[in-house]
Each structure stands twice: as structure tokens, then as C-alpha cells.
Design a protein around this ligand. Structure first.
Ligand code: UDP
Length: 236
């Protein structure tokens, strides 16, 4: 059994076979509202691992450097050990969630330009939104790193939008995390229906964690649909 270094809300981080790597294990636990709502959904770990691994493979093929070294099994992946930047990058193509609530814009409203936001990665504080001068003032990242994260996030957005469009899915918004690795920033953490809003392009049906947050039912049905469509478009 691997040595558990940290157990998070949806993943367990274990020591890797050497000092430069870690093993990520995806759990079945679903959480929302900063852990207030919590439930075990049997099979979620496997689905998120498969979806994230597909997306990471696609991004790597398109020249985005990521933490993924190797898929180990259905719920585990070997990843590069990076020094995680303690800010999350949120990318929005359409209004939804906290953006819709805060600015009074109906969900699904297209935005005139892609929005990027940062939030402080701190569960105890509820991941508050933070601006660039606040980030540099607190020493969480420097200006060059901020520019690099924004540039990478927009590049990832372009690639993911193109892939999801082929799959008949509208990428509404998503969250990314980055880590410092050998003097560069690499993409870390998962990209899955837990961290993205994904709507069916025709019906606008939600295929992501909003099903869990909002008690819309059959949470994993949405995740399964995303995986099925990704596998379809990735095969051709
Ligand atoms: N998100 C995430 N982790 C967080 C906060 C947000 O993965 O801690 C994702 C969320 O799933 C959505 C996007 O980032 O795809 C934007 O989330 P938003 O700011 O609208 O917050 P929410 O409505 O989830 O509170």
C-alpha cells in the first residue's frame, strides 16, 4: 500500500516511486459548497480519472505541458511532483454559477470576451476571488507567472472548446491549477465534470457537477455521457 501524504475532498495523494513523482487516487466522494454537501457516488472516481486522463492526453498531444506521467489503473495516475501555485485560474466562456449570481447575468449568456479570474486556493476561507495585485502583494505568484498562467489557461480553453464542440458539448467555464516544476509552470490537478461546466450543445442539459450541487438527479449519468462522447471524438 502506498504512503498517503494527503487526503483531499475528491482525491488522495500518495508518495510516488521516487522523490520527483506522486500518485493521485481519484475518490468516489462528491462535495460542493466548500464541503458542506457531501456524498459518495460509486464509480465517480473512475469516471473522473478516465475523463481527466483523456483531456490531459489531448492537451499533451497539443503541446501543453502537464503533470501527468502515466496512467496506473482505473483510479490512479502517476504525476510529476510540482510546487502548486496557491491560486486557481477560472476561465469563463459563458455566464454561470458565481459569475451569474454576482453580476445578475442569466446562466448561459455568451460573453463578449473570455473571462479569466483567480481565486485563492484556501478551503478555510472559501476560495475567495483575488486580483493580480493582491496575488503579487501576498507573494502567491509573481507577474511573470500570472501572465504565464493566463496565457496557458486561454490556450487550454481554445483546445478544450474545439474538442468539446466536436463532442456536441458547450464548455461554459472551468477551473485550472498550475504547479512550478523545474523552473516552469505545468498544468496540475484534474479537468473533469467536477471542475468544468459542460452543457449539451443542443438541449443545454447540464452534464457536470451542477447536477450534484443543484440536486438535478443522475449525477453520474452526465459524467458517463461526457466520457462516452470524448471517447468517440478521440477515436477518429
Ligand atoms: N470550480 C472548481 N473548484 C472550485 C471553484 C470552482 O472546480 O473550488 C469550477 C466550477 O466547477 C465551475 C468554474 O470553476 O466550472 C466556475 O465556478 P464558479 O466561480 O461559478 O463557482 P461555483 O458556482 O462553482 O461556486
Amino acid at each position: 500500500m502506498d504512503t498517503v501524504l494527503r487526503e483531499g475532498k475528491s482525491k488522495i495523494i500518495c508518495a510516488g516511486p521516487d522523490g520527483g513523482s506522486l500518485i493521485l487516487r481519484y475518490k468516489d466522494t462528491a462535495t460542493a459548497f466548500n464541503g458542506e454537501k457531501k456524498e459518495d457516488l460509486a464509480g465517480k472516481g473512475k469516471l473522473n480519472a478516465a475523463i481527466s486522463n483523456q483531456l490531459y492526453a489531448y492537451l499533451a498531444e497539443n503541446g501543453v505541458e502537464t503533470h501527468l506521467i502515466e496512467v496506473l489503473d482505473e483510479t490512479s495516475a502517476l504525476v510529476r511532483k510540482a510546487d502548486i501555485v496557491m491560486v486557481e485560474v477560472i476561465v469563463r466562456n459563458a455566464a454561470a454559477g458565481s459569475f451569474s449570481k454576482k453580476y445578475g447575468v442569466p446562466e448561459g449568456t455568451a460573453l463578449k470576451n473570455t473571462v479569466t479570474e483567480f481565486s485563492l486556493k484556501d478551503d478555510a476561507l472559501g476560495d475567495p476571488m483575488i486580483n493580480e495585485s493582491q496575488i503579487t502583494a501576498l507573494g502567491l505568484a509573481d507577474e511573470q507567472e500570472l501572465a504565464c498562467m493566463t496565457g496557458l489557461a486561454l490556450r487550454v480553453n481554445g483546445l478544450l472548446c474545439a474538442l468539446f464542440e466536436k463532442a456536441g458539448v458547450r464548455l461554459i467555464d472551468f477551473k485550472l491549477e498550475f504547479g512550478r516544476y523545474q523552473g516552469r509552470l505545468i498544468l496540475c490537478d484534474e479537468i473533469s465534470p467536477d471542475s468544468c461546466r459542460l452543457w449539451d450543445a443542443d438541449t443545454e442539459q447540464k452534464l457536470d457537477k451542477d447536477r450534484f450541487r443543484r440536486d438535478l438527479g443522475d449525477v453520474l449519468g452526465g459524467y458517463r455521457e461526457i466520457l462516452r462522447r470524448l471517447q468517440d471524438v478521440r477515436q477518429v
